[in-house]
Design a protein around this ligand. Structure first.
Ligand SMILES: [Zn+2]
Length: 416
C-alpha cells in the first residue's frame, strides 16, 4: 500500500559535499541510515536549476521536457523558463489526476493548477525581474500567475493551528545581504509550513518543497566554504523540523521522504565573459555551459573559433528540443571555469569568478553529481553508487502508488 510522500529539494548540494561532510548533517544522515542513498545522482543536461527541477518532476530528458536551461530560446531571445514551458505532465499533475491530494509549498516549475494546495516559491518575485540582471526583463505571465496565486483558507488554518506565520518574512531585501537573509528565513518558513501541513488533520498525499539558499550561499561564498557548510546544516535542520512535527503528531512512520538536490556544485577558479569575447552575439551563460544562438553559420564559426582560444569546446546540442537544434548551440568551458556576464560594463575577456562555486559544468563532470536520500515505509534500506536524472520521477511516482509505465527509466529502487 502506498503511503504519503514529502519531497524536499535542497538546492545544489553535491554528491561529494554530502559524502565528505555528512557528519555535519545528522537529519540527512538519519535518512541514509534508515533508508536508501544514491551516492551520485547525475544531473540533468544542462546541470542548472530549472532543468534540475523539471527533470525531477517529469522523468523526461530536457529535449523532451523543453526545459534545458534556466533561460531558454524562444526564437527571438533567451528568457527564463517557466512552468508553462514544461511539455510533459508533471508528477503533481499526474498525482492530482489520479485523485491524490497534492500540496506544493514553494517548489518551482509547477503550475498552481497541478495542486489542491499551492504556495508560490519565495523567489518568484525576484525571478520575474531579478535585480542582478543587467537589463531587467518584463514579467513572464506564467511566473506572475504563480507569484500571485493565493494558497487559501486550508493553508492559513494549518499554519494557525501550528502557531506559525502564514506569510513570508518582512525583511528588507534591497541589499544582497538582505536578499540572502530573506531567502534563508523564507526557506525555514517553508519547512515549517511543510511540517504544519503534513501534521494537520487532513494531511495531503504528496508535499513538494525546496530549500534554495544552499545554492545561493555556495555561489556567493565558495564550494565547501564554512558558510556553505553552515547553510547546508540549516537545510538539515529544516528537514529535522519537518520530521519533529510529524513525530509530535504521531504520523512520522506514515511518510516516505525523498531529499535530493537539483544539481551539484564545484569550485571555480576563473570566469569567461562571452559579452567581451564575442560581443553582440546572442549568448546565455549557464554555469560552465554556454548557449549560443548565432544569426548565421558564419557567426557560429566565428564564435567557435574565438571560444576555442579559451579551451571552450562545442558540445552536442541534443539537450535542445529538435525544432531549435539549428538555432541554439551548446559550448562547455574547461574544468573549473565558468561563464559569467553579470557586469554590463565588463571590459576584460576573463576574470576572477563572481561565483567561486557553480554548476552546469561539462555534462558528466562529477562536480555536478548531487546527493539523494530516501526513507520511509515503502523505501528499502540500501545504497547504489549512481542513478540518472530520469529515474527520479518514476521513483517518486512509485512511492505514491502511481502508474509508472509511461516513464522511460526505471525507478532508483523497488518500493516495498
Ligand atoms: Zn539549483
Amino acid at each position: 500500500m502506498a503511503n504519503k510522500l514529502i519531497v524536499l529539494m535542497v538546492d545544489g548540494v553535491s554528491a561529494e559535499h554530502y559524502a565528505l561532510d555528512h557528519g555535519r548533517f545528522p537529519h540527512f544522515a538519519a535518512l541514509e541510515k534508515h533508508g536508501f542513498r544514491v551516492e551520485r545522482l547525475k544531473s540533468e543536461v544542462l546541470g542548472t536549476s530549472l532543468p534540475g527541477r523539471t527533470s525531477m518532476l517529469t522523468g523526461a530528458t530536457a529535449d523532451i521536457s523543453g526545459v534545458y536551461a534556466n533561460k531558454i530560446w524562444d526564437g527571438e531571445r533567451f528568457r527564463y523558463a517557466n512552468p508553462d514551458d514544461v511539455r510533459v505532465p508533471t508528477l503533481p499533475a499526474r498525482a492530482k489526476e489520479a485523485g491524490l491530494d497534492v500540496a506544493i509549498l514553494g517548489f518551482g516549475m509547477i503550475q498552481p493548477e497541478s495542486a489542491s494546495l499551492f504556495h508560490a516559491p519565495w523567489w518568484t518575485g525576484a525571478f520575474i525581474q531579478r535585480a542582478r540582471d543587467a537589463a531587467p526583463e518584463p514579467a513572464e505571465a506564467a511566473w506572475l500567475r504563480v507569484a500571485t496565486h493565493q494558497p487559501g483558507e486550508r493553508f492559513a488554518a494549518a499554519c494557525a493551528a501550528a502557531g506559525i506565520p502564514s506569510e513570508f518574512p518582512k525583511i528588507d531585501a534591497a541589499t544582497p545581504e538582505g536578499r540572502m537573509l530573506y531567502g534563508i528565513v523564507a526557506d525555514h518558513m517553508i519547512a515549517d509550513w511543510v511540517g504544519a501541513v503534513a501534521a494537520s488533520e487532513d494531511a495531503p498525499d504528496l508535499i513538494m518543497a525546496e530549500f534554495l539558499s544552499t545554492d545561493s550561499i555556495q555561489h556567493a561564498s565558495g564550494y565547501r566554504h564554512d558558510l556553505s557548510h553552515w547553510i547546508t546544516a540549516q537545510a538539515d535542520l529544516a528537514l529535522g523540523k519537518i520530521m519533529q512535527r510529524l513525530r509530535l503528531a504521531g504520523t512520522l512512520d506514515q511518510w516516505n521522504f525523498a531529499v535530493m538536490s537539483d544539481h551539484g556544485h564545484s569550485a571555480v577558479t576563473q570566469s569567461l565573459h562571452p559579452s567581451v569575447i564575442v560581443p553582440g552575439v546572442r549568448t546565455q551563460c549557464e554555469g560552465g555551459s554556454l548557449l549560443v544562438a548565432p544569426r548565421t553559420p558564419e557567426e557560429l564559426a566565428h564564435v567557435t573559433e574565438q571560444l576555442a582560444a579559451y579551451g571552450v569546446e562545442p558540445y552536442p546540442n541534443t539537450c535542445i528540443p529538435p525544432e531549435y537544434r539549428e538555432q541554439v548551440f551548446v559550448f562547455v568551458a574547461p574544468d573549473g571555469i565558468s561563464f559569467e556576464d553579470d557586469n554590463p560594463n565588463e571590459t576584460e575577456t576573463t576574470g576572477a569568478p563572481g561565483s567561486p562555486s557553480t554548476h552546469g559544468m561539462k555534462p558528466g563532470m562529477p562536480g555536478d553529481d548531487r546527493y539523494a536520500l530516501f526513507m520511509g515505509p515503502n523505501v528499502p534500506t540500501g545504497a547504489i553508487a549512481s542513478g540518472t536524472a530520469t529515474q527520479v520521477a518514476p521513483t517518486l511516482a512509485a512511492l505514491l502508488g502511481l502508474d509508472i509505465s509511461h516513464y522511460a527509466a526505471a525507478p532508483l529502487f523497488m518500493t516495498r
